[in-house]
Design a protein around this ligand. Structure first.
Ligand SMILES: [Zn+2]
Ligand SMILES: [Zn+2]
Length: 179
């Protein structure tokens, strides 16, 4: 159990320093390495049986589309995957081992300014600032999704599996880090 002082330090240390520390902890301790692997990696995607495969149209399709499985098995047979990923669609973290066609609810359109919204009735761009997407979180009623005309805070109108955002990087401080 970390002491209160260590907990405080963990909460206030930069992400990149914690990442390099975690690598060193893995080097220093086989038990820590096993724990981190268990937490952060998921079992490999198993290859589809080829010769005896029967496509059963009565069941729902697995979230792994055939093309994903083919490319994965060609290049990464037996390789474990990152377990927790960010979703390209809903922008939330998800567990790749618990991802199916109903896991992700999102809007598949674009967020747009709703010029008819009463939010903008008394808005003077000269003193309140330009009306653009930067205001969408603060004034959700002033924006609508092109897919369903619902406001920014509405629940997603489309459902599907989460999709791994390969470009996602956790926020790291741009500031120079003390070595
Ligand atoms: Zn929508
Ligand atoms: Zn999602």
């Amino acid at each position: 159990m970390p002491s209160p002082e260590l907990n405080h330090a963990i909460n206030h240390t930069t992400l990149s320093r914690l990442q390099s520390l975690l690598r060193r902890v893995c080097d220093a301790s086989p038990a820590a390495l096993a724990l981190v692997e268990r937490e952060l990696l998921a079992p490999p995607v198993l290859p589809m049986p080829t010769s005896t495969a029967v496509i059963d149209l009565t069941t729902t399709v697995d979230y792994e589309t055939p093309s994903t499985i083919i490319s994965t098995t060609q290049t990464e047979t037996g390789v474990k995957r990152q377990r927790y990923a960010m979703c390209e669609n809903c922008k939330e973290e998800f567990d790749v081992t618990e991802n199916d066609n109903g896991s992700c609810q999102y809007h598949d359109g674009e967020l747009e300014v709703e010029w008819d919204s009463s939010t903008w009735d008394d808005w003077d761009e000269n003193c309140h600032g330009t009306i653009d997407l930067d205001l969408a979180d603060e004034y959700p009623d002033g924006f609508v999704w092109s897919c369903c005309e619902e406001t920014n805070e509405s629940e997603g109108c489309t459902t599907g599996p989460h999709v791994v955002d390969e470009t996602y990087r956790p926020e790291t401080k741009k500031r120079r880090i003390w070595e």
